[in-house]
Design a protein around this ligand. Structure first.
Ligand SMILES: [Zn+2]
Length: 149
């Protein structure tokens, strides 16, 4: 059961769930969606998300989603980045993790009611199930995510 979930990744273009063995992703090699043949995001990697990708994921993803809203000016965000990256690797194929640069996409941030950075939002089946802001230590953050996704 557990093993089947490994390597699941959601296509940004059509929203299809693809089951890809992690070893299929090699540097410089594109892994294509089985439905629409566009390149797939690699499981376990924190994705840089545009508003379009955020909406494709929310609309289609059967995996839980963790979004980090951050700013390049924010030292708290820089402290959280390695924590998010390790979490994404640990939970590869179980959830999709992406970050949104609020300097580039302020409308997206305000659309989500994000008032401070970093803000973390967890979405399951199109519905927000958790939200927190500010610096957390790694254990606290992992437990918070695990309690919701
Ligand atoms: Zn696709």
């Amino acid at each position: 059961m557990e093993e089947k979930q490994k390597g699941r990744t959601i296509c940004f273009h059509c929203g299809a769930v693809n089951r890809i063995p992690p070893e299929a992703f090699q540097p410089g090699k594109k892994v294509l969606c089985g439905r629409c043949h566009n390149a797939l995001p690699e499981p376990g990697v924190v994705l840089d998300l545009s508003p379009e990708r955020v909406y494709v994921l929310i609309k289609n993803s059967s995996l839980p989603l963790l979004f980090e809203f951050y700013s390049t000016q924010c030292p708290h965000c820089w402290r959280m980045h390695p924590i998010i990256e390790r979490l994404a690797r640990r939970r590869a194929g179980e959830m999709m993790v992406g970050r949104i640069n609020t300097d580039y996409y302020p409308e997206l941030a305000s659309g989500f009611g994000v008032k401070a950075v970093p803000t973390f939002i967890i979405v399951r089946q199109g519905t927000e199930v958790g939200r927190t802001s500010g610096v957390m230590d790694e254990m606290e953050f992992s437990l918070w995510v695990a309690s919701r996704a």
